[in-house]
Design a binder for this molecule. Structure first.
Ligand code: SAM
Length: 402
């Protein structure tokens, strides 16, 4: 009796899910809160239904997906599907356009199909699923793969690092699991300078942050009110560690009338790598944030997800350089991920471990950010967040000199 009731209800469940799938609105019409509500419910359902051993299997072999995706990129598989604009391809067709042996091709395609990147529509005939175009080489998301493969090399040796260091928490950016795994004394950013393809992949990956952040900071921070009265020859906004200028460009486009100079600062290998010329109203200059700030008395010194790359020791040094440069009415704006105190979401936990392995750094909670800024002799006058603030996403810390 018990068995048959369960069987019926599970059959009903399958039918409801199948019908929901058939009637799902297009991706771009789904509202984020509803999307995450359904995803949360599905995750619970999956956990409840899945035999634990299957869950364990997925967990333990999860790393293989990244490896096979990297190999498929090297063989030119995603680029070939992109050139064929959505048509299904047989192994014979693929073989003519990709590098490597047929046997390898078949095995990689099967691995990618069971990871949801392709669908095997017929025996050894594959069709790209929505994820595949994101893996085309040269796209920012394709470059993301190269970047994460570099992190995975460290991850693969993380256990060895901790065993060798008595499982002590790393606190020095120059003695992190990264140096251990890569057998180098270089900081990751110095290593990137010597490895231009990885530097390019890192820069491209940084432009993707927006897709995780949702609403941009200048939509919930009163930019015009706070920055409007700046003299035209004064720096109104300095984006320190601003990467290739994506954030400052969006700010400038959104508020073209704001008076004052807009300045992007980053390391030479980033500034020299800017792929498209920036608006001529943005000055892009090379600058190392551990050295004295060359533009004193700016209205705003801004950093987005720069300090999370650094443990407190170096973060305090960079903040001291800003403190030295500030005028009485200058503002420091720190746009950072905020790590929840409990129920840490998957994305935040992944970034936190990445910060630890690459930099001996961490994702900080709101309280930890405020404590760090206070230790650097700032007073936090506001913590700005969008109306819909998802756990772990960015907050904007507004601070003045204490
Ligand atoms: C995580 S990325 C964030 C980039 C950008 N702000 C964003 O939100 O997309 C960190 C940035 O800090 C820069 N950076 C690292 N060390 C630096 C230093 N010593 N001086 C200036 N910028 C630095 C990196 O080159 C990189 O562009």
């Amino acid at each position: 009796m018990y068995k048959s009731t369960m069987a019926t209800s599970l059959a009903d469940l399958t039918a409801s899910i199948t019908s929901a799938l058939a009637n799902l609105p297009p991706q771009n019409e789904i509202q984020e809160p509803e999307r995450f509500q359904v995803l949360g419910a599905l995750a619970q359902l999956q956990e409840a239904l899945q035999p634990p051993i299957l869950g364990l299997h997925k967990l333990l072999f999860g790393h293989q997906a990244l490896t096979t995706i990297g190999i498929a990129q090297g063989m030119g598989i995603f680029d070939t599907f992109a050139e064929n604009e959505g048509s299904a391809l047989t192994i014979d067709e693929l073989k003519k356009k990709t590098k490597g042996d047929e046997q390898l091709l078949v095995r990689i395609m099967h691995s990618l199909a069971c990871n949801g990147v392709f669908k095997e529509v017929d025996k050894e005939t594959f069709q790209a699923k929505p994820l595949a175009p994101f893996l085309v080489t040269g796209t920012p998301t394709g470059q993301f793969v190269r970047h994460v493969r570099g992190c995975m090399r460290v991850n693969a040796r993380l256990y060895d690092y901790f065993e060798a260091n008595d499982f002590k928490y790393p606190v020095d950016a120059y003695d992190s699991p990264f140096q251990f795994a890569y057998e180098t004394k270089d900081h990751y950013f110095e290593w990137l300078k010597k490895n231009p393809a990885d530097q390019e992949a890192f820069n491209a990956t940084m432009t993707l942050g927006r897709q995780f952040r949702g609403v941009e900071w200048f939509e919930y921070f009163p930019v015009e009110k706070k920055l409007q009265d700046t003299a035209p020859d004064r720096a109104v906004f300095i984006d320190i560690g601003g990467g290739i200028g994506h954030d400052i460009t969006e700010l400038k486009n959104r508020f073209p009338q704001l008076p004052g100079r807009f300045i992007l600062q980053d390391l030479p290998d980033v500034i020299d790598n800017i792929p498209e010329p920036l608006s001529n109203e943005i000055e892009a200059v090379t600058y190392d944030m551990f050295t004295p700030q060359p533009v004193p008395r700016a209205k705003v010194y801004y950093m987005r997800t720069v300090l999370h790359d650094w443990p407190d020791k170096q973060a305090l040094q960079a903040l001291a350089r800003i403190h030295d440069a500030m005028a009485d009415d200058s503002l420091l704006l720190i746009n950072e991920n905020t790590y929840p105190e409990t129920n840490v979401p998957y994305h935040s936990a992944c970034i936190d471990i990445t910060m630890m392995e690459m930099f001996s750094s961490l994702e900080r909670t709101e309280k930890q950010w405020i404590a760090l800024l206070e230790q650097a002799r700032f007073r936090v006058v506001g913590v700005w967040k969008p109306e819909q603030h998802f756990t772990g996403s960015n907050a904007l810390f507004e601070a003045v000199r204490a």
